[in-house]
Design a protein around this ligand. Sequence first.
Ligand SMILES: [Fe+2]
Ligand SMILES: [Fe+2]
Length: 499
Amino acid sequence: MRILHISDTHIGGASYFNKEVLEGILGETRKHKYDLVIHSGDVTQGGRRQEFEQARKILSRIDIPLIALAGNHDARSGGLCLFEKYIGPLDGVREIGDAVIIHVNSAFEDSDQGRVGMVKFDMMRKALNDYSEKKIKIIVLHHHTIPIPMAGRERNVLTNAGDILDLLLKEDVDLVLSGHRHYPNIYQIENTVFINAGTASAKKTRYGDVNSYNIIEINERIRKVKTVRLDGKVQGFSFLRRKKRIFSDFGEREFRAVHIANTLISESRAFLKRNFINAVDTIKKLNPDLLIHCGGIVREGIAGDYEAAVSYMEKFDIPVVYTPAGRDMNYLGYYLFPTYFGSIDQRYSNESILFQGVCSAQYDSHEGIVGPSQRKLLLKKLETPEETKAVFLHHNVLPIPHSREKGLLEDSGDLLREIVDAEIDLVLTGTSSHPFAVQIGETIVVNANSLSSVYQRSVFGNSFNIIDIYEGAIAVFEVNSLWGRRRLLGIWERNKKAD
Ligand SMILES: [Fe+2]
Ligand SMILES: [Fe+2]
C-alpha cells in the first residue's frame, strides 16, 4: 500500500498559501501509483467559506481516494460545519484492502489546542477493536501525540495525549499520521510508527525549513517513509515490525536501579508515612546499586520538610542521586535543596554505567524547562565512554496516561529528539504520578508513580520502579510501595553496541 501524506495546506490568501506548490505535489498522484492520499488537517487558513470553496476545487482534482482531516485553522470562524459540507466527514473509518484507516477530529472552536474527548476516544477504541483482524491499522489525527522537535514550546500536544498513546500502543497500531507543527518528524515507539508531516503549501514553515510531504509504503512486515522536501532533499526511513519474544537468556545482570518520585515528605496528610517505611524495607531487600529520586522529595521547599526528608531518606542506606521538582525549589527550596541534597545536576557513574541528571524545575512554577543552553551542556556531559547511559529529570518527555499534559517539559520536542538521536539507553522522569515505560527509537523512557503521597494515579496504589540492566535486555517493573507486589512494565532486548 502506498500513501501520499500531506498536511497543513492552509489554503486561503496569497500571504499564507502557495497554490503552485500544492498543485505540484498533487501532480505526484498522476505521475506515480498511490492507493490513497491522506491530508492530516489545516486544509484552510481561516475556516472561511471562500477558502473551503477553493480547497474543494483543488482537492477534487485528486482522482484516487482521499481522507482529509480538519485542523485547528479549519475550526476557526465556525469552520467545522463548512468542513463537513465542502470537504467531508470530520471522523470516520475507511477500509482499503488489508488496511483500516481511522481518522478522528482533534480540533475544536477557538483553540489551537488538540483534544479527543471521551466520546471520540471510545469511538477510536471501538473501531480498533472492531477491525482488530486487519493487517494494517492506521490512525490519523491533526494534532501530534508525541512532542515534535523544532516546534518551539510544546503547548499544542493533544491534552489527553498520554491516554491516546497508551491506547495506540496497546492496540498495536501500525501508523499514526499527524501534522500541525509544520515540521516533519518520525519516531518508532514499540511497534507503532508516529509520522508527522511538514506543511505542504503554507508559507509558515519553521526554522528556515521548506515545504514537504511524505510518501509511505506499508505492508505487514515493513513500513517505509520518505520525507520529500521541495528543495530536493529526500530522507528515507524503514521500520521493521519488532518481533514479540519472550527472552530467557539476558546474560548477566549488570546493574539494578530503583527509580522513585514524589515522596512528598512532610508533616502533612499528603505524605503517607507507612507507604514510605514499607517501601524502604522492600527496596533494601532488592539490594539495588543505586536509587534515583526524580523529584518531589518534599511537599514544599520549607526548612521543616527538608529536615524531615533528610532523616527519612537516610533510612535507605543506598547511594542516591536526586533531581528537583518545582515544589522542591519553591519558598526557600532553591537554597535548601543544595544544602541538604547536593547539586541540582547530579551524576553517578561506575565504569560501565552513567546516570546524568538535568534540572528541569524552576521555583514557584510547576512547569518544566531545560532550555537550549542546558540541553547543549547535557549532550556534552553525555559524551563519555560508559556503555550504558541514562538521563534523569523531573518533568515528562513523553505524554503520560491518565494525566493532562501539565507535566510535559516545555522543550520536550527538542530534548526527546536529541536524546533519541544520541541513542541514550534510558530516560527516567518523575511527574504526573503514573508508572509508564515505552521504547522510542533505541531509548527506553520510564516514568515513576508517587512513592508515598496521596496524590498518585495508579489503580495499583503508590509504587516505585525497578530497572534491571542486563547484558542483553533492560527490564522495568513497578512495585507497590505498601505491599511489595511486583508487575512487569516492559522488557526490551538491547541492541548490543558495535564491538
Ligand atoms: Fe497548520
Ligand atoms: Fe494546526
